[in-house]
Design a protein around this ligand. Structure first.
Ligand SMILES: *Cc1c(COP(=O)(O)O)cnc(C)c1O
Length: 395
């Protein structure tokens, strides 16, 4: 099958969607699958659905589908909660593996929630723990024997800058640190090889490039040789060895099951599971090549025609994820004006206009049309209008 499969997505007429890096569009097969879950499973089976419809197995079953996309073995990934919660779980587990060390190392381009969760975890721990954030380019040189865990997001949500997973993981291991990768902007965007990277933990969300829908559950990967040592901080009943024994004390569940917390979001998982069908025949190398090609056309077009926009993303393909960001003083208003003309990207403070490239439903023609629209908005100052200057709650 062709990589491009626009007909599989619901894309409103006249819209060029360059925001799949923030919320992927809806695959057309999802409503039927969700409706079927609700009407044929929930409505009919009621409480029996947990057994009769295998709802309880869903977090692991869907985790195995994600594992295939990320080069991870079966049984090493489980779904649930949101990414922020998975950050907390991975980080606590990582610290427990290096209890003689007290530093969490991250970079100051990381998504704030990852850093906030680290701060919150540190407040719960005994004194002496520290979150150390350095500029992204200084991470490798800041890894040393003080560091318990290196926690990084592979692709920077704001700039699209990409860390070198392999070399950073190797450096972390050479200094005896535990490595956690956040794959929020990697899963479904580029080739990931978790087993090959040898990192201890990985986490990510599924509503961005994987099109699981708003609020779709997150995933957590734990390297299989470590899972039996992990005593989960969030020791909820569904991560218990025998939830229905209702024992008074927590005992961790089998392998990756222990990273579950509470009742799985069955309806959201049904949507995600259906959305993942779209990936069964995708060659990630081919997808990556196309994403880079589209990004290059975009960068060249915008730079040639809108000199007032400054490329913030790395120019070198290898150092960039699947998004391109431009800085522009009136970026918020400009993005509103671009969106009003059907090209949907988004804005990140203070001045960043972001555009995501998703080869399953975006082609060269779309990218060229998007460049035309941006050219029109910027060079004709179409953004300079009161309608576009008022800031919404979600940007
Ligand atoms: C999108 C994103 C999040 C969002 O976390 P949620 O808990 O799912 O809201 C967290 N971290 C990174 C790096 C992200 O890109």
């Amino acid at each position: 099958m062709d990589l491009l499969r626009k007909e599989k997505f619901h894309l409103p007429e006249g819209v060029i969607y360059l925001d799949g890096n923030s919320l992927g569009p809806m695959p057309k097969d999802v409503p039927l699958a969700v409706n079927s879950m609700i009407e044929n499973e929930w409505a009919t089976h009621l409480i029996k659905g947990w057994n009769e419809c295998a709802w309880m197995d869903q977090p692991k079953r869907v985790g195995n589908k994600i594992a295939k996309l990320l080069g991870a073995p079966d049984g090493s990934i489980i779904m649930g909660d949101t990414l922020s919660i998975k950050v907390f779980q991975a980080l606590d587990a990582a610290l427990s593996l290096r209890s003689d060390r007290k530093v969490i190392l991250s970079d100051n381009g990381n998504f704030p929630s990852d850093l906030y969760m680290a701060e919150g975890l540190i407040r719960l721990k005994s004194a002496g723990y520290e979150l150390r954030t350095v500029p992204p380019e200084d991470v490798a040189n800041s890894i040393n024997a003080d560091v318990a865990a290196v926690m990084l997001t592979e692709v920077d949500y704001r700039t699209g800058r990409r860390h070198d997973v392999q070399s950073i993981t190797e450096k972390a291991h050479s200094e005896g640190c535990v490595m956690i990768w956040d794959l929020a902007h990697s899963a479904g965007a580029l080739e990931v090889n978790l087993e090959g990277s040898n990192c201890e933990f990985a986490i990510g969300c599924t509503y961005k490039y994987l099109n699981g829908g708003p609020g779709a559950p997150a995933f957590i990967y734990v390297r299989p040789d470590l899972i039996e040592q992990i005593q989960p901080a969030l020791s909820g009943w569904l991560g218990h060895h025998s939830p229905f024994a209702f024992e008074l004390s927590y005992r961790p569940g089998e392998a990756i099951e222990r990273m579950r917390v509470g009742t799985p979001p069955v309806i959201q998982l049904a949507a995600l599971e259906k959305a993942l069908d779209l990936w069964s025949d995708v060659d990630m190398q081919e997808l990556r090549d196309m994403s880079l090609k589209l990004s290059r056309i975009f960068i060249e077009g915008v730079e040639a025609r809108c000199p007032s926009l400054e490329l913030i993303s790395p120019r070198n393909n290898h150092e960039r994820g699947s998004q391109v960001s431009f800085g522009f003083e009136n970026g918020y208003a400009a993005m509103q004006a671009i969106i009003a003309r059907g090209v949907i990207g988004d804005f990140r403070a203070p001045n960043v206009m972001r555009f995501g490239f998703t080869p399953l439903y975006i082609d060269e023609t779309d990218v060229k049309k998007a460049v035309d629209t941006i050219d029109d908005v910027i060079n004709n100052r179409l953004w300079d209008h009161p309608n576009f200057l008022r800031q919404n709650r979600v940007t």
